[in-house]
Design a protein around this ligand. Structure first.
Ligand code: 5AD
Ligand code: SF4
Length: 445
């Protein structure tokens, strides 16, 4: 029997932004697998191109339009090519995308991508399909069960979506909607399934993951209880979660960092600024001091924990002194890693609507540069301090050099060895060198 054309369609997905988009892209590819698509790695060979987009800063959103511009010739050469935009730009800009780039056939928001197969069938040859609803139904329930292929040893698992915090600068509450947590049993089933297929580390994802409150046996479970239950899954060796708001770091979650062995000693806990005045203007609902005391408590539970964070510089009204307060906070915390961004006004957010007191762009750039230098210094110091220490490494892939294998330590450092190990092995490694982006080690047997 000859193969039907529907079995030969090729899908190219390009993912922007956070890990939640990485997870969503996997699920979208799986959903379109049911329509006969298999993934390819270049747009030139594709029958369908799907951009999974990010709206968090203006630069991220604009990238989408320049990328779409690059596909014009492909669309002219192949009128059957379908082009779709998914993710947060799709949610925020909807029909505007099709107006700006008429070659886009399909727009789908982050809450409705379970409907992709229907939308794909409808779209193309001048027919447009758009769905940016926040539907009643749970998209994870509607999505097909995940294919049984062998998986890489580390995987993402979305447990929570949306955010109710409404930080004044942030589009997430608008693009991803209100906080919703997946039920405990669904998460456990997905986790067991991942483990059966070779996964040994799971990172639990949510825009505000530590606000997780999912339906479980006997009522609503918090994140700590979910983690403790996941820790009982045989074969699952490592658990992480990201990203968290300081005000949702409840006592049992802090305690889990001390007593749950499978929970890795790395915590991404953004503070955004070290100035109370700016924190208030950002609607963060905590002070710098409260954040520092929280970190003390987390470190009391797990002294070796590597802290990570996010910072925004040049938020409207930020003075030199406010920025110096951020620098002091960073010095006091001592981050293992951190991310910093120049404030980008986002349409529809309270900070952008006020439109006042924008910091001079050159001043903001200079501050960003100084903050990034300090963070890089801390990152290197933390990495260098690993030399001579024993860490545990989950090996994930071959390295660039012959015989080299690369994995991640519990602190999320990339570690390479030239010993005989297999993908998926977890081994004790002594660190012998610290390079610009990774550590070198030898196996302890
Ligand atoms: N401008 C700059 N950075 C932002 N972030 C969120 N919104 C904005 C914005 N409007 C940053 C925050 C957040 C991270 C994911 O992106 O630091 O924690
Ligand atoms: Fe955005 Fe995070 Fe604030 Fe929610 S907690 S509004 S996702 S920055």
């Amino acid at each position: 029997m000859s193969e039907t054309p529907s079995n030969t369609k090729k899908l190219y997905i390009k993912t922007y932004g956070c890990q939640m988009n990485v997870y969503d892209s996997e699920r979208m590819a799986e959903a379109l697998g049911g329509s006969g698509y298999t993934e390819v790695s270049s747009p030139e060979e594709a029958d369908m191109i799907l951009l999974n987009t990010c709206h968090i800063r203006e630069k991220a959103a604009e990238k989408v339009y320049s990328e779409l511009g690059r596909y014009k010739d492909l669309k002219i050469a192949n009128p059957d090519l379908k082009i779709g935009v998914a993710g947060c730009v799709a949610q925020a800009e909807g029909e505007e995308i099709m107006r700006r780039q008429p070659m886009v056939d399909l727009v789908v928001g982050p809450q409705s991508y379970h409907r992709l197969p229907e939308l794909e069938a409808k779209a193309g040859h001048g027919q447009k399909a758009l769905d940016t609803d926040f539907p009643e139904e749970d998209k994870f329930e509607k999505l097909k069960s995940r294919p049984k292929a062998k998986r890489a040893p580390a995987a993402f698992l979305t447990v929570q979506e949306g955010c109710d915090k409404f930080c004044a600068f942030c589009v997430v509450p608008y693009t991803r909607g209100a906080e919703v947590s997946r039920p405990v049993d669904r998460i456990l089933t997905e986790a067991r399934d991942l483990v059966e297929r070779g996964v040994r580390e799971i990172t639990l994802l949510g825009q505000n993951v530590n606000a997780y409150h999912g339906a479980g046996e006997g009522g609503t479970w918090g994140l700590a209880r979910l983690i403790r239950e996941l820790a009982k899954v045989d074969g699952l060796e490592r658990i992480r979660f990201t990203t968290s708001h300081p005000n949702d770091m409840e006592d049992d979650l802090i305690a889990a960092h001390g007593d749950c062995e499978k929970l890795m000693p790395y915590l991404h806990l953004p503070v955004q600024s070290g100035s109370d005045k700016i924190l208030k203007a950002m609607n963060r609902k905590h002070t710098a001091e409260e954040y520092l005391r929280l970190i003390e408590r987390i470190r009391a539970a797990r002294p070796d924990i590597a802290m990570s964070g996010d910072f925004i510089v040049g938020f409207p009204g930020e003075t030199d002194q406010d920025f110096e307060d951020t620098m002091s906070l960073v010095r006091e915390v001592g981050y293992g890693s951190a991310f910093s961004f120049k404030y980008s006004p986002r349409p529809g957010t309270p900070a952008a609507e006020k439109g006042d007191k924008m910091v001079d762009p050159d001043v903001a750039s200079e501050r960003l540069h100084r903050l990034q230098s300090l963070i890089t210094e801390q990152q290197h110091a933390f990495q260098d301090a690993m030399v001579g220490r024993e860490v545990s490494v989950l090996f994930e892939r071959k390295g660039r050099l012959p015989g080299q294998m690369v994995g991640k330590s519990e602190y999320l450092h990339a570690v390479h060895v030239t010993d005989d190990v297999a993908v998926g092995d977890i081994q004790r490694v002594r660190i012998i060198e610290s390079g610009p982006n990774s550590l070198g080690g030898v196996l302890l047997r």
